[in-house]
Design a protein around this ligand. Sequence first.
Ligand code: CA
Length: 238
Amino acid sequence: MSKNQTKNNKPNSSMKFTVILTLLVIAALTFLVIYSNNKPDTDQDIAFEHEVSLEGQPILGRNPEAPVTIIEFGDFKCPACKNWGETIFPQLQKDFIEPGDVKFSFVNVLFHGEESAIASTAAEAIYKQNPEQYWDFHEMLYASQPEAENHDEPSVTVEKMVELASSVPSINVEQFQEDLQSDTIKEAVMKDTQLVEDLDIQFTPSIMVNNVMLEDPFDYEKIKSLIEEALKENENGK
Ligand code: CA
């Protein structure tokens, strides 16, 4: 008898378990569907609660009140950053920065050790002395990267930075050399590193459109659609 009871009970408890499991799966799926419908992006883009403060950061764009901000978290020694600067950036500049819809900024990431640190320090020193020359120097740093096949070769030295700075109009090279050693410039680089840590940047370039960090910085269509969405929202909010 007891054997029969056990036999009879088994299917019952296993059926109960299956029902509960099914209900749990349905609940989990429902939650996932609702949750993902509430999010504007269903891919791996990360939306932060707040936009990053651009205080003390270089800004490109003729409209300081531009409704959309794009920040590149980049490393002057990173070949993908150079590539982004040569392929995606020119489109962005033409379509949105020049017309005044977007302002663009750059935050230093030091993933390539001492050379990244030297290049970032040099860029901050140029920015301090003459913010208008910053973007030309920025371009020069990327342009001075060795060809892809030799990209691990050492290419950034203090001497090289002084040489590049000497070719920038209106830059006082002695002042530049002093600034490379100054606490103010070191603090500017540290401020960027703190941001990189706070935002948990994992790769370069990382591109942020307003408060959204893109999963794929090379997806120009995505960048474009986020900008257009933000512009529309801004227009409606007026
Ligand atoms: Ca900076």
